[in-house]
Ligand binder design. Structure first.
Ligand code: ATP
Ligand code: MG
Length: 229
C-alpha cells in the first residue's frame, strides 16, 4: 500500500513580481515501511517536499496524498489532526519550545493524544533513552548544545510512534556515535513497527541505513534508486 503518493506535484513561491518553482512535477510513491533518503544540493527542494508531505504547506499544482488524505483539501483542523496522530516531524531548525524543559518538549505531542500521565511518562522516558538524554529531563533548550537540541527534536518526533517520520537533516549536528545510535533506533522502529521514514540528508553515515535513495536537483527528481534490503 502506498502511504504517500505525489502526483505531478508542483510548488511555486511568489518572489517579487514573479514566481519561483521550488518543486517541478514530482511523481513519487512511498510504500508503508520504506526508509528513504532525499539528497540534493542546497535549494533543491528537500525541505519544501517534506513540508508538503507533513501538511505544513500545500501544493501549487498536482497532488500529495498522505494516508489517503489529499493535503490540498484538508482544513487547518484536519491537517493538524493528521500531524498529531500520524506524523512525526524533525525540523532542520528543531523548533523546540524554549520555555519548556526537555521532558515537556518531548511530552507535548502526547498531550494532544489523550494519553494518561503514566503512559506519557513511560513513553517520554523511553524516547529520551533512544536519544541518550535521560539525564537532561529538567534542562531547557537554551542550556543544551546544538546536537542535544537535535536529539530532543528526534525524541519528540518519535515519542508517539507515528506511522510516518519526516526528518529534515536529522543528523546534521550529531557526532558519529550519536548518529549511528539514533539511526539504529530509527531502523528498529522501522523494522519492528513498520514506521515509514523519509529523510533529507547530506550525511554519508545515513546512506547505509536507507533502502531507497532519491536525488533532487532544481526541484526535480533526477534519480530514484532502491537499495538492497
Ligand atoms: N517561502 C518561500 N518563498 C520563496 N522561496 C522559497 C520559500 N521557501 C523555499 N524557497 C525556495 O525554494 C528552494 C528550495 O528550498 P528548500 O528549503 O526546499 O531547499 P533544500 O533542498 O531543503 O535546501 P537545504 O539543503 O539548504 O536545506 C530554494 O531556492 C528556496 O529559496
Ligand atoms: Mg532544507
Amino acid at each position: 500500500m502506498n502511504i504517500i503518493q505525489l502526483n505531478n506535484l508542483v510548488k511555486r513561491y511568489p518572489v517579487g513580481n514573479g514566481e519561483f518553482t521550488a518543486l517541478n512535477d514530482i511523481n513519487l510513491n512511498f510504500k508503508e515501511g520504506e526508509f528513504t533518503g532525499l539528497v540534493g544540493p542546497s535549494g533543491s527542494g528537500k525541505t519544501t517536499l517534506l513540508n508538503i508531505i507533513g501538511s505544513l504547506d500545500t501544493p501549487s499544482d498536482g497532488s500529495a496524498i498522505v494516508m489517503d488524505k489529499s493535503i490540498a483539501e484538508l482544513s487547518h483542523k484536519e491537517a493538524a489532526m493528521l500531524r498529531n496522530q500520524h506524523i512525526g516531524f524533525i525540523f532542520q531548525t528543531y523548533n523546540l519550545l524554549p520555555v519548556y524543559t526537555v521532558y515537556e518538549n518531548v511530552e507535548f505531542p502526547l498531550l494532544l493524544q489523550n494519553k494518561n500521565a503514566a503512559q506519557r511518562k513511560s513513553a517520554v522516558m523511553e524516547a529520551l533513552e533512544w536519544v541518550g538524554l535521560t539525564d537532561k529531563v529538567k534542562s531547557k533548550p537554551s542550556m543544551l548544545s546544538g546536537g542535544e537540541c537535535q536529539r530532543v527534536a528526534i525524541a519528540r518526533a518519535m515519542v508517539k510512534k507515528p506511522q510516518i517520520v519526516l526528518a529534515d537533516e536529522p543528523t546534521a549536528n550529531l557526532d558519529s556515535k550519536n548518529s549511528h545510535h539514533i539511526l539504529q533506533t530509527m531502523q528498529k522502529l522501522n523494522k519492528e513497527l513498520g514506521v515509514t521514514f523519509l529523510f533529507s540528508t547530506h550525511d554519508e553515515k545515513v546512506m547505509q541505513y536507507l533502502n531507497r535513495l532519491i536525488s533532487l536537483e532544481d526541484g526535480k527528481v533526477i534519480s530514484d534508486t532502491i537499495k538492497n534490503a
